[in-house]
Design a protein around this ligand. Sequence first.
Ligand code: ZN
Length: 188
Amino acid sequence: MAVLPIQITGNSVLHSPASEVTVFDSRLETLVADMFETMEAAPGVGLAAPQVGVPLRLFVFNWLDDDETVWRGVAINPTLWISPPPAGEANEDDESEGCLSVPGERFPLRRAELAILSAIDLEQKPFEIKAEGWLARIFQHEFDHLNGVLYVDRLAHLPAKAAAKAIRKSGWGEPGLSWTPGVDDLDA
Ligand code: ZN
């Protein structure tokens, strides 16, 4: 297993739709194992394949909810149903989101409260998870990655301006930038 470099915003793989997974082989198993290791090293609660430079529709997640339930797995070729996002401004205290491809930054974003994830696992076995709250947010964030959308692309006017400024200031938004958890001293 290996910790993989994480692509930083500006790389086209992060801004393009990914392709369905069609080959289930040992390379895919290795990719998923490496993605888990990379997510844990970051640390993060989710990681999508385009973030490690692989344009395929899969993501891993690892979340401990308030009931101490562990939600951990890989979602391959997922679909996502979401409830209508509530109206109004996102609250900075409890709706601020981050992304390993925009490391060290957090901005408030309104998300749907409920989500139903349908996907297959490495054994191609279908599963479904009804999520609410932060787990629903994680699924929306990771699912967006598979469509070439970053959470900073969805921000309201003011946080979007702040995010654009932070990205410019860090010298991101250009192709070819990445960071490796445990190697690069970046606080994600
Ligand atoms: Zn992300």
